[in-house]
Design a protein around this ligand. Structure first.
Ligand SMILES: [Zn+2]
Length: 285
């Protein structure tokens, strides 16, 4: 069966002197592995379209016996739709995009269509791609665009770029059956009127001040403020505090996701993201 589908390149590694093995998230068939013969050559027709983080349209002949599985498929055509140049020019955005791609690769269900996952990732990459594009490249630009992340982007909407990764994690948790409610206390189930007093990633619960009582909180104040900001609270929070809170929130949601998935796999690109965070924080102070 010939399949034509939009796809996002998640990962690529060399197969021989001239070929790649490329893992893509297709809209129609979930994660598919392609062998791209001659893909490394300069004149390859797949150039750009098969770069990691690219959005493309692929045509391939799907073996019905091995539908959507990890078996290698031969790709017939790949057309680049969006290379995400602005996303790639911003180190922080590139690093979080790689983590998102790796989470899909390692944790998404195998052998099934992943249409919702595709749409969430396509939107997140588009959001990461649309701001910070005019600020040049390198560490300074990354730090600069993080600091100015709540800007109106070229599409005329507020991007809230520093929340793209956290919101994507929330949506993915939701999609995979681990909905996290940021509006209520997980113990008394009352709506929160202020930032929660604690967060427990293993149960997924925010805990209000009254329920926490005399216990000392395990979550850091930055995490709790950041989760509050994510649900639309604290508009007065200073940009600096917001930037500071970003990685705490992302780490808290990653811990939540990994706890609920029930088994831990190493996410290699997280190490790179942590390096970029360090570089950016040095630049912005
Ligand atoms: Zn409570």
């Amino acid at each position: 069966m010939i399949v034509k589908s939009r796809a996002i390149v998640l990962h690529r590694f060399p197969y021989s002197d001239s070929s790649w093995i490329v893992k893509v998230l297709t809209r129609e068939c979930g994660v598919v592995s392609f062998i791209v013969k001659g893909g490394k050559r300069k004149e390859s027709p797949f150039k750009g379209a098969m770069d990691p983080l690219s959005l493309c349209e692929v045509v391939f002949n799907q073996n019905p016996q091995k539908a959507g599985g990890g078996d290698l498929q031969f790709i017939k055509e790949a057309t680049l739709l969006e290379w995400h140049a602005a996303l790639r020019a911003n180190l922080m955005n590139q690093a979080v995009a790689q983590v998102m791609a790796e989470i899909i690769l390692r944790y998404a269900p195998q052998g099934v269509p992943l249409q919702d996952e595709f749409e969430l990732l396509e939107k997140a990459f588009a959001d990461l791609d649309c701001a910070g594009s005019a600020t040049g490249t390198g560490f300074a630009a990354a730090a600069d665009s993080v600091a100015k992340s709540v800007e109106v982007c070229s599409a005329g909407v507020n991007c809230f770029q520093d929340e793209v990764f956290a919101r994507w994690l929330l949506d993915i948790c939701d999609l995979w059956g681990y909905h996290l409610d940021l509006d209520v206390c997980s113990r008394c189930e009352r709506p929160l009127a202020e930032p929660a007093a604690d967060f427990h990633p293993e149960t997924g619960g925010l805990v209000c001040k009254a329920c926490l009582g005399g216990e000392s909180p395990r979550a850091k104040p930055q995490t709790l403020l950041g989760l509050w900001k994510l649900r639309g609270g604290v508009p007065s929070i200073s940009t600096k505090t917001a930037v500071f809170a970003r990685e705490f929130v992302e780490n808290a949601l990653l811990a939540y996701l990994r706890n609920h998935i029930g088994f831990l796999k190493e996410i290699h690109s997280l190490t790179y993201l942590q390096e970029i965070r360090k570089l950016c924080s040095v630049q912005s102070t």
